[in-house]
Design a protein around this ligand. Structure first.
Ligand SMILES: Cc1cc2nc3c(=O)[nH]c(=O)nc-3n(C[C@H](O)[C@H](O)[C@H](O)COP(=O)(O)OP(=O)(O)OC[C@H]3O[C@@H](n4cnc5c(N)ncnc54)[C@H](O)[C@@H]3O)c2cc1C
Length: 494
């Protein structure tokens, strides 16, 4: 379905790609110089575009995906994590700057650039208000075992609704959007980029602008690039978001002399159902069962602490945990008593009255798996069931086995038993371009590009090293999108 809201502003005309009307619209779009070209169509791009139009800039936004799939990874999101001092209609209690800072320092190797990370947290406090002012709606706090009701705000209708709301606001603000259009090159001379090359259909266009904002995501959909750091294991990764985030623009920036930020192997990756699509499976393919059972590898052996911390702080370690296993596959197992504690798996589970029968269904050695479960069960505490509390860290731990399970360690002894094969699901990569406080991209010699800015995943390596806090990707995109849009607009309109 093409958008039906194309009025005189010709916000996002997208009909038959080769129709004379569409080609004429593209010609007219690319014939005129813009104040700002924003590359990308996810959260960071839209926030940049809106922040720039707030200052009166004329913005052209170039989105690689078709209209129906617009919004990049952002369309899959549900929530954002921001610091706040008080409860309100959408969060159940305070989550102060200091607590968020401690949480950020507690994951992976802590913040990448402490100054920029601190700035991100400070600015997160005003993000929800800004988002509401630009059309985002919120839903009442989440309850249940995800433990996010106090720290994270949930978008009414999820990420897709957020993207649609921002587009409605952008349309009113006069932003022009071109879909199905890929930025393939940045024409950089010295410290300036005067135009970008755009491919649409079988034609090439030049988009001219005073400032350029790069918000085109990470390189997680580029398996070849991932395999430079992960070897052939990368072939077995699932990519949770769209195919479009392949790092094309990031590579252009690096070729033009941009400095990198973040670790090459840094990524956000969770356990996803191995039966899910290779690309774009979204939120529903994630397996939330891990803290409530055990997870074994192809050899039927446990390999990591399934109960290390509450889900929002630890779920993103499981992609890397699985990436280190033979064939990058694991099997998450639970029993009847855990059935109601997490979102049911999208494709259902394999189930059996005994562990050995479940092993056969999963293609595992029944003797080995039965022994693994026996050893695990023996290591659980006699009073585990009375102390078990899924709502928080309960300290119900195993004794005498490696790896331990440090919370929620109930024996698996209540049939039926369930299992699902899981693989690493890559959400986004961290290694990107270095930026300064104005979101300007830093060059390898330490100088800045004068008119090239970055926001979102493409610069998340300035903040994140290896770990992740649920909801923080949208924090980074929103905070830095606001900065990039504002600074790009100030430069373009001065
Ligand atoms: C399933 C899933 C669930 C998630 N849930 C959450 C959540 O609840 N909370 C949270 O904070 N984070 C979540 N994340 C992470 C979050 O999606 C990202 O951190 C955030 O969306 C990044 O925004 P972005 O704008 O930088 O990138 P994206 O939203 O991925 O946008 C990148 C855009 O660039 C476009 N693009 C790429 N290359 C080009 C090119 N060459 N030319 C033109 N356009 C190009 C893409 O089409 C896309 O529109 C989730 C991610 C996934 C996959």
């Amino acid at each position: 379905m093409p958008p039906r809201t194309d009025r005189s502003s010709r916000y996002a005309l997208k009909q038959d790609e080769n129709s004379a009307e569409h080609l004429e619209w593209l010609r007219e779009t690319f014939d005129q110089p813009w104040d700002i070209v924003v590359i990308g169509g996810g959260n960071a791009a839209l926030v940049s575009a809106l922040s720039a139009t707030d200052l009166g800039a004329r913005v052209l936004l170039i989105e690689r995906s078709p209209w129906s799939l617009r919004g990049g990874n952002s369309r899959h999101t549900r929530n954002i994590r921001c610091a706040h001092d008080f409860a309100d209609d959408y969060v159940t209690g305070p989550y102060t700057y200091d607590e968020l800072w401690n949480d950020l320092c507690g994951i992976g190797s802590g913040p990448s650039n402490e100054r920029l990370a601190a700035f991100t947290l400070e600015q997160s406090q005003s993000a929800p208000g800004w988002m509401s002012d630009h059309g985002v709606g919120w839903q009442p706090p989440l309850t249940g075992t995800l433990n996010l009701g106090r720290t994270n705000r949930f978008f009414l209708g999820g990420g897709k609704a957020l993207i649609n709301s921002y587009h409605r606001t952008a349309e009113r603000a006069g932003v022009r959007v071109v879909y199905d259009a890929t930025v393939t090159r940045l024409l950089v001379e010295g410290d300036r980029c005067s135009s970008v090359v755009v491919e649409s259909g079988d034609r090439e266009y030049l988009a001219k602008a005073r400032s350029v904002v790069c918000a085109s995501g990470g390189f997680e959909a580029n398996i070849e690039w991932l395999s430079r750091y992960w070897g052939s294991a990368a072939e077995n990764y699932h990519i949770r978001g769209p195919r479009y985030n392949d790092g094309l623009v990031l590579q252009q920036l690096l070729d033009a002399g941009a400095a990198t930020a973040g670790e090459e192997r840094g990524f956000h990756a969770v356990a996803v159902d191995a039966r899910s699509p290779k690309f774009d499976g979204g939120i529903a393919t994630r397996l939330d069962s891990i803290p409530f059972g055990i997870t074994v590898n192809r050899e039927g052996q446990r390999f990591a602490d399934e109960g290390e911390d509450i889900w929002p702080k630890r779920y993103a370690t499981w992609g890397a945990n699985l990436a280190g296993q033979p064939d990058q596959i694991g099997y998450t197992l639970w029993d009847h008593q855990a059935d109601e504690l997490f979102l049911p798996p999208m494709y259902g589970s394999l189930s059996a009255p005994s562990i050995s029968e479940l092993a056969v269904q999963l293609g595992l050695d029944p003797t080995v798996l039965t022994e693994t479960v026996r050893v695990f069960n023996e290591a659980t505490a006699p009073d585990a069931r009375t102390r078990f509390s899924p709502a928080g860290l309960d300290g119900v731990t195993t004794a005498g086995i490696l790896p331990p399970k440090t919370n929620w360690a109930l024996p698996l002894d209540k049939p039926p038993f369930h299992g699902v094969p899981v693989r690493p699901g890559i959400t986004f990569t961290y290694m990107g371009v270095a930026v300064d406080e104005s979101a300007r991209i830093v060059r390898q010699d330490g100088s800045r590009f004068e008119n090239v800015f970055a926001a979102g995943e493409i610069m998340s390596g300035n903040i994140l090293t290896t770990g992740y806090l649920a909801g923080f990707g949208m924090t980074i995109g929103t905070v830095w999108g606001r900065v990039a849009g504002r600074e790009a607009a100030q430069l373009a309109t001065s």
